[in-house]
Design a protein around this ligand. Structure first.
Ligand SMILES: Nc1ncnc2c1ncn2[C@@H]1O[C@H](COP(=O)(O)OP(=O)(O)OP(=O)(O)O)[C@@H](O)[C@H]1O
Ligand SMILES: [Mg+2]
Length: 505
């Protein structure tokens, strides 16, 4: 069975490939599966729908929006749940393994026990290499046969192409995907010609989504009701209530009413404009990113708003009225189109991608800058060397990865590589969502080949160093690994770029 799986901050959605159709899988009659993990002090865990079922029971704590933790995480990152430490990577694997078994036992997917699941999966366009590796590893460990890893807005563009191909004309062949989910905001500009969907460029904000609207509304309610600060448990209950009220807001809503029983207070009410005003700075940031995408020189001089066939709004938080209002004000009424499946557009697009019969091709681009800091001026300064530029075209298949090579004569006994990814470069320096990786240490001096603790060994300058070759391999899903080789000795090591962050919460 072939399944597109969109692991989201709030919801996880699956869509299957079924003879030219891409039906969304329902679990116990619901088209989304909650992205939740629950745990108790005894160390028992529940995932997805099972976690939602125990979330208010005494003794259980819930971890929400844990996808947000992945961007800064490494394989050893721990989170605390009900007073116990768990590895985030294990929680994600457990979560996905449960999803796999629920696909079998509690869904209408028709998956037989033991049947191979060929999965296309996705990550936010802005996701780091670390997030890409962690997500991929967890899906594989959970028993999925992962055949593709796409950026979420690129997948959503395939759903658009599948549904609205006819809106694309020679004069209007660009589509701007606006994906505002629970945790992340992504915007991608795509050029659609014939069967080809070419990602021109992507921009985004790693931590901006419906969760942040909820926080802004909770702050408004706490201030407006005179509650001030409350403990974490009560804030969680209030956030759940505010999120539900926010989701019920429609274009005609005038008043915003919140039940405060959970915090022993009478209901809170305010005009809807107060809520919109509290969220406006967040909405404005997303509109600013769209403008930046359309102005970007990489989009080519001639991409003007009139050449954009549509701004395609996907993701649940795009349903919030101030979002469509701001987009219409900025880009015109006609151009803004909401997906009929805001929660499922990404999963459906992933299924379209898996369908060998569907006549669409996707060419992805690398969605961040990748480079390394190195010493300069004989150790007195630091410069940044870009290695893979943002928007470099990515390969279509894993057998022919994008490869970048560099070589030089080693000037030290140990190479210490401080790799960084970032969403923007300003004056040759990383800027905006800068993600440093754990340093990579590599012995240039043969006497140090077997030393396990190079990070603690003194680095010294060395006049007699070998030639070094760096070989960077960028997979179709955008994850980077580096192989370092000395010549003529031929000593070689391969590193996956990871982060060994401390406890995430
Ligand atoms: N009608 C609505 N109005 C406003 N917000 C809504 C509405 N419906 C859902 N949301 C919000 O949308 C968010 C969930 O959207 P979605 O399922 O697309 O996110 P996700 O895919 O889980 O997250 P991400 O893509 O960021 O990882 C939640 O914050 C939810 O409160
Ligand atoms: Mg999403």
């Amino acid at each position: 069975m072939r399944v597109g799986i969109d692991f989201g901050t709030t919801h996880t959605v699956a869509a299957v490939v079924d003879r030219g159709n891409y039906p969304v899988v329902s679990f116990d009659g619901v088209d989304t599966w909650p992205s939740l993990v629950a745990g108790n002090a005894a160390g028992e865990l529940r995932f997805g729908a099972d976690a939602a079922a125990v979330r208010h029971e005494p003794g259980w704590s819930v971890l929400r929006s844990f996808k947000r933790l992945l961007n800064d995480a490494g394989p050893q990152t721990e989170v605390t749940l009900a007073g116990r430490g768990h590895r985030l990577a294990d929680l994600l694997t457990g979560f996905l393994a449960r999803l796999r078994s629920d696909l079998c036992d509690r869904s209408n997917a028709g998956l037989a026990p033991g049947e191979t699941v060929e999965a296309a999966i996705s990550v936010p366009a802005n996701a780091s290499s670390a997030q890409r590796f962690l997500t991929l590893d967890a899906f594989v460990a959970a028993g999925f046969h992962v055949v593709a890893l796409l950026n979420e807005p690129s997948a959503a563009s395939l759903e658009y192409a599948h549904r609205y191909r006819s809106t694309i004309t020679a004069r209007r062949e660009y589509v701007l995907v606006y994906d505002l989910g629970g945790g992340t905001f992504d915007a991608s500009l795509l050029k659609m010609t014939g069967p080809a969907n070419d990602v021109v460029l992507s921009e985004g904000i790693q931590r901006l989504g419906g969760d942040d609207f909820d926080e802004a509304i909770v702050d408004l309610v706490l201030a407006g009701s005179g509650l001030g600060e409350v403990d974490d448990g009560r804030r969680d209950l209030l956030r759940e209530e505010c999120a539900a009220r926010k989701e019920a807001v429609g274009p005609q809503t005038r008043r915003f009413l919140v039940d405060l029983t959970a915090v022993d207070r009478p209901p809170f009410a305010c005009g809807i404009d107060d809520v919109y005003a509290a969220c406006a700075p967040l909405v404005d940031k997303t509109v600013e990113i769209l403008r930046r995408v359309l102005r970007d020189p990489a989009a080519g001089d001639e991409v003007t708003t009139s050449e954009v066939a549509g701004i395609y709004v996907v993701g649940g938080a795009g349903s919030f009225p101030p979002v469509s209002r701001a987009l219409r004000a900025a880009f015109g009424d006609k151009r803004v189109k909401r997906s009929p499946h805001p929660f499922a557009a990404t999963a459906i697009g992933l299924a379209v991608h898996l369908d060998t019969e569907a006549d669409f091709e996707l060419s992805e681009r690398f969605s961040r800058h990748f480079g390394v800091f190195r010493e300069a001026e004989a150790g007195t300064g630091v410069v940044f060397d870009p290695i893979v530029p943002k928007d470099a075209p990515l390969p279509a298949d894993a057998h022919s990865p994008l490869v970048v090579r560099r070589s030089y004569r080693a000037a030290h006994n140990i190479g210490c590589f401080r790799f960084v990814e970032c969403s923007r470069m300003v004056d040759g320096r990383p800027d905006g969502d800068v993600m440093p990786f754990d340093p990579v240490y590599f012995p240039f001096d043969p006497a140090l080949y077997d030393r396990p603790d190079l990070g603690r060994h003194a680095v010294g300058r060395w006049t007699d160093g070998p030639d070094v070759e760096e070989r960077y391999e960028i997979a179709p899903g955008g994850a980077v690994q580096v192989t370092l080789t000395t010549q003529p000795a031929g000593f070689r090591r391969t590193f996956r770029l990871e982060r060994r962050a401390a406890a995430a919460s």
